[in-house]
Write a protein that binds this ligand. Structure first.
Ligand SMILES: N[C@@H](CCC(=O)N[C@@H](CS)C(=O)NCC(=O)O)C(=O)O
Length: 56
């Protein structure tokens, strides 16, 4: 399982807390929300999450 998020994202942080409580292991991948206008708006990411928000 993969979790795409950003270290400053409270929404992604809440998912990491839930995964820990459930004992689930996820590979974390960073989506930089600021760099180059936000990697969440890149077509590659938008294809995974059309809301263009983290986490996915
Ligand atoms: N309701 C959404 C909220 C997600 C959300 O707001 N994520 C913020 C970071 S905490 C985000 O991706 N912001 C990027 C942007 O607004 O472009 C969820 O819980 O998944």
């Amino acid at each position: 399982m993969k979790l795409l998020g950003y270290w400053r994202s409270s929404a992604a942080y809440r998912v990491r807390i839930a995964f820990n409580l459930k004992g689930l292991d996820a590979k974390l991948e960073s989506v930089h929300l600021v760099k180059e206008g936000g990697e969440q708006h890149l077509p590659k990411y938008a294809a995974l999450n059309p809301q263009e928000l983290v986490p996915t």
